[in-house]
Design a protein around this ligand. Sequence first.
Ligand SMILES: *[C@@H]1O[C@H](CO)[C@@H](O)[C@H](O)[C@H]1NC(C)=O
Length: 456
Amino acid sequence: MSQYLKLVSALIVILAVYWSIFRTGQKLEELEEKWWGDSGAKSTENREITKTRIDVPSEVLRDLQQRLENTKPFHPSHTGVAQHYGITTTVLNSVLEHWRTKYNWTERQNYLNRYPQYFVQIRGLRIHFVHIKPQIQQGTKKILPLMLLHGWPSSFSEFYEVVPYLVTPQKDRDYVFELVIPSLPGFAFSQSSRKPGLSSVYIAQIFKDLMEVLGYQRYYVHGGDWGSTIAQHMAHRFQDRVIGLHSTMCFINSPRAMFMFFIGKYLPSLIYDNEEVKLCNSIANSLSFIISETGYFHLQATKPDTVGVALRDSPMGLAAYMLEKFSTLTNAAYRDRDDGGLTEKFTWDRLLDNIMIYWVTQSMTSAMRIYAEAFTNRNLEVGSFNSMRIDIPTGCARFPYELLVSPRSILKEKFQNLIHLTSFNTGGHFSALEEPKLLANDIYAFVNKVQQENVN
Ligand SMILES: *[C@@H]1O[C@H](CO)[C@@H](O)[C@H](O)[C@H]1NC(C)=O
């Protein structure tokens, strides 16, 4: 580890300890009933659901094409450093070439419109969501509602490859899923709040209402990244609604968890089961990785609007910022490759679909604010992310290249009813896009257990 990283690590540890001392034992406060429309006041709203589809105006596409054509040659990368100084010119040139000459929006828009999408007004904001009903004869199978929650820099489209696995009836199961995949407020086609404070606990409140509007009193929730945080808040605050919580990023950073994390670095056998040692000591779980790769986090948690100006003006700037995550968080070893390993598991088309969703909606600034909202003082209290205990059945899927992978001994502090815990050999942070079948099977395996428990 370089001197710089050592210094920053030491500082972070000290700050984290201080922070946790002052933050623990906080009582969970009542969740206020909040409204996010321009006035912020509670209003009677028409919660009528309207069908929509993506239809980007041709001016927006022409303007984008012009910007791509006018892109100046990229600043040459250092030799021999691959992605370690940030995204390389090799990656940028490939993306630009594909976007400019091969990416066909008409075709991609059709792809994104393959599943039905809707708008509904909730707590003052227009929320966009995909809603997919299984194709079965009524009464032949039980239908279980399942909400899928994305994170940053992702979008509802991350789940498109998982959908077929989840809505196709299977011979050996007496149930099939009905899916609701919302865009987080401020992301893609969901309206953003003009008032500060819409953090994940309040997004959870909005999505609880969304499910209510759709007529679901009881449902499953799955989430990754921020989607996991929101799903955890739903499971905690609305435990009479959520039947089971499944997540690809179960984590907790309480003082106890941090202490155990450090002990685990030196005495792994105290903290990890045998099968967990390799998983939890991966590069992506090391302190130096977390520090080297999370500068964006600090930036977005403090000054999202400033960097947002550049990202909404330059399509290649936006692509660079987002693709760095799809490279590094899919596999830390991709940092050593000049091409960033991006097309190992993904196609340029699918990566660009997600970038286009941010571009055409001009939503990067408002999306990045989710970090800042999480760290306002008020929300640290209301959220109490570390001190909450989740009692409903929980399943955690651990992919080896995920940003935060925790052992059972740490997870059980928060997840009191952890009935399903998987360790995969492959896959990273964007598992829905990268390993849709593995993820779908894990959701099934978890839901089987919960359904079984509910019968007995
Ligand atoms: C783009 O896709 C559409 C729809 O599939 C197709 O009709 C059109 O010919 C394609 N355009 C080009 C330039 O390939």
